[in-house]
Design a binder for this molecule. Sequence first.
Ligand code: DX5
Ligand code: ZN
Length: 231
Amino acid sequence: MPLTTIAGRPILLAPSLLAADFARLGEHVAEATAAGADWLHVDVMDGVFVPNISIGLPVVAALRSITSLPLDCHLMIVNPERYIDAFVDAGATSISVHVETCPHLNRTLEQIRDRGARPGVVLNPATPLVMLDDVLDLVDLVLIMSVNPGFGGQRYSAGATARIARLRRQLDERSLGHVHLQVDGGINAATAPAVVAAGATNLVAGSAVFNHHHSVAESVAQLRSAVQQAV
Ligand code: DX5
Ligand code: ZN
């Protein structure tokens, strides 16, 4: 269930399972689903592109067997084109690849679409938006990182807000309003309102959803009310 609707656009929540308790992942998925999560965000890290190692194909397959929510796979790995078929086979709904890892980006995005998944493209905070110019027509999703990827629980980088607003203008000018504008890193009830006001339509949130302070239901409710007040 979308967090809200702004200017006719549903604002979706994609809880990042990186912050979930892996020893009871199924329960956390059920709680997020009951709380109204729209997608589940799966952070795949290889210890090379980013300095951390997280989860991979067997976990995506296990998730696919217990949920019908879209599985939004964020590949923070080098040579992601080598693994696209495997992620689709494991049950990925969308597959997002970093510009910084893809010398043949349009081929990789086409490969994702050809295999029947939704292609997404991701930019690190320091990568200029212009890198998107020639691939925007090929994607269903653009992810603007609001932290340097690799770890959950980092602080939202304020510079992301202006980038989101610029990208929103570009998408609208190019009649690409259907492309999801996703933001990932440091999203919580304090930062989400400005992010959606700038034009984001898809919020990834890890530690703001799965934490020791509140239940998943309470945490999602807080995000929902913060975003609704932003309208
Ligand atoms: C960071 C990951 C994020 C991370 C977000 O590399 O891509 O998805 O889980 O975590 P929070 O919401 O805690 O910043
Ligand atoms: Zn992510």
